[in-house]
Ligand binder design. Sequence first.
Ligand SMILES: [Zn+2]
Length: 186
Amino acid sequence: MISSFKDFAIGVIASLFASFITSYAIQFIQLGKNFKFKGILNTIINYRFFIYWGLLLIVFIIARWFIRKKIEQSQTPYPMIMSIGSNYDLEGDVEGYGFKWRVHADVRRKNHISNEILDINAGMINGPYCKNDYREIKISRTYFGRYKYKCPKCGYKRILLKNSWTLECEVKEELEAKYRRTRVNS
Ligand SMILES: [Zn+2]
């Protein structure tokens, strides 16, 4: 869809440019010495499709800018200080948003008798990895600013509104919440 939209946009620009060169410019040259405002006005009226295309293009550009901005605003902000890797109590793989993630966590609370983990603090997280072959996912942006996640090996692909940092935070919070829920139920 994206590539076809690009082709369409390029086609529009090309046709605009071609029509401008062939007719619009020539008409201006012909106006020459007896340059009149009315002449320009007539030219504009005659080539109003040119203006329509231009307006359509401007609307597209504004819509794109607006959508990209909205998507960026909806992301989890980056912390002021990034925590540096340290030794964690736990390491495990989880699945989230269609990817695999490797989570490193610290145990916050344990049941003293059964030794069951009651609360964790998810620290570092690695990923996203492909759910089929564990390859590191490559991230790019689509035309309207969505995030495209693609496995370079098997081609597994997902398009999401969230960037990888936002996904990491969500996966961490989801995991912590899971431990909290088990505590409540037990
Ligand atoms: Zn893969």
